[in-house]
Design a protein around this ligand. Structure first.
Ligand SMILES: [Zn+2]
Length: 286
């Protein structure tokens, strides 16, 4: 699932390309994934594209918002120009059935004026688009926790949320109501860097461990953004230009079960924690 670095990469790219562009036409191929009236978007200018947690926000003129959640397998792919309403990319797009869009996983298309398009592809169909005013934006963002790259996210904040719960620290890191944007990949990686077992009850972490973990979270997210996200082995994520991210080359534990720990040479272990594959080095992470 795309997390903060993947969504930020998508948002930064689209913001550059879509700023002040007009939406000419909306084609909804999977009705359950578009909530609201798609016609409201027609003729509207996109002012900018923003991120909140894992949510993508198109800020349109006249206080209109298009909210997009990629969920498990969503992709937003941009084509500057089209030929016969089709776009061809340099590499095959995961799950789309080739290099040409619309592909078999394309669910919604935003055609732009005077040319270009944004393709919303989603194999599993859990992702969605919603169109509405400020009340919709408020409703969809009200429950989101602190942004982990903001100053508000600091050891004091982590200490406060950890003190209240015996839940495993990794599960707390992925709770979007507390921290917005950290998911499975970056929670695994941050805990590895901080040398903390994902299974530790959150309220048992020491002040020193919390300080290390806070720094590790910010570090892995910033590196994830720098390398334009993680396109893991079984993952749908691509940048809006159709190319893979590169952070998968720098992962220390995620999806490395049975491989050697870069620090101690021991074997990386995989367990199931809260229904998610959890990877760690039992020797380095206590
Ligand atoms: Zn190790």
């Amino acid at each position: 699932m795309p997390e903060l670095p993947e969504v930020q990469t998508t948002v930064s790219f689209l913001n550059k390309k879509l700023k002040n562009k007009k939406i000419e036409k909306v084609v909804v191929l999977s009705a359950k994934q578009f909530l609201g009236n798609p016609q409201k978007l027609v003729g509207k200018t996109i002012r900018r594209v923003e991120r909140r947690g894992k949510l993508i926000v198109f800020v349109l003129e006249k206080k209109l918002f298009l909210l997009i959640h990629l969920k498990l397998t969503g992709q937003l792919v941009f084509a500057a120009s089209l030929r016969d309403k089709k776009a061809t990319f340099p590499e095959p797009l995961p799950f789309a059935g080739g290099k040409v869009l619309p592909g078999k996983s394309t669910r919604i298309i935003l055609y732009l004026f005077p040319q270009g398009a944004v393709f919303f592809n989603d194999l599993r169909k859990f992702g969605w688009m919603k169109v509405g005013g400020e009340s919709l934006l408020k409703k969809e963002t009200a429950a989101l926790g602190v942004e982990p790259l903001s100053a508000e996210f600091n050891p004091q904040y982590l200490e406060k949320i950890f003190a209240k719960t015996k839940r495993a620290v990794k599960i707390v890191l992925m709770d979007q109501h507390l921290i917005a944007g950290v998911g499975n990949i970056y929670a695994n990686e941050a805990l590895c860097r901080a040398g903390i077992s994902p299974q530790r009850p959150a309220n048992k972490l020491t002040a020193e461990e919390i300080r290390k973990l806070c720094r590790a979270i910010k570090e892995v997210l910033k590196e994830g953004i720098k390398f334009r996200g993680t396109s893991a082995a079984d993952d749908a994520y691509v940048q809006p230009n159709g190319r893979q991210g590169r952070f998968q080359k720098y992962l220390q534990v995620y999806q490395r079960e049975g491989e050697k720990c870069f620090r101690c040479g021991g074997k990386i272990k995989r367990i199931n924690l809260g229904g998610r594959g959890t990877f760690f080095c039992p020797r380095c992470q206590r």
